[in-house]
Design a protein around this ligand. Structure first.
Ligand code: NI
Length: 141
């Protein structure tokens, strides 16, 4: 059994506030584009992050990555950074709107270089019952 590829997806959760607001647009246009998501005080979500890693099935252990190391990476890079914070106050989102699309891309960029075994394949982000976002960037090697 040589070089058999498989995928593993781990789920992580954090709670955060945000406000959809584009600095270069007027207040009126912001209200039209983002509706109630533009309310000045923001609102919260219980985010679920799905991190998918692709790798070769290790013939001894039968897995494609080290889940403990992945959990540690996501905890330190993502969950501790955002949990119970206001995303608009994070340095990453000073000039970037805190949409699910941008958040999924940011999570990809933070994690892609840190996967010890295997490669990052995809980031999924559940924001609400009806909003699910995905991002797949360039692999780092
Ligand atoms: Ni929202």
């Amino acid at each position: 059994m040589m070089n058999v590829q498989a995928y593993v997806t781990r789920q992580y959760r954090f709670c955060a506030a945000h406000r959809l607001h584009a600095k270069e647009l007027s207040d009126d246009v912001n209200r039209k584009v983002f509706g109630k998501c533009n309310n000045p005080n923001g609102h919260g979500h219980n985010y679920t992050v799905l991190v998918t890693v692709r790798g070769t099935i290790n013939p001894q252990t039968g897995d494609v990555t080290d889940r403990e190391r992945l959990d540690h990476l996501v905890a330190t890079k993502i969950v501790e950074r955002f949990d119970h914070r206001h995303l608009n106050h994070d340095s990453a989102f000073q000039d970037v709107v805190t949409t699910g699309e941008n958040l999924a891309k940011f999570i990809w960029d933070e994690l892609v270089g840190g996967i010890a075994i295997g490669q990052l394949e995809k980031i999924g982000l559940i924001e609400t019952r009806d909003n699910y976002f995905e991002y797949q960037g360039e692999p780092c090697r």
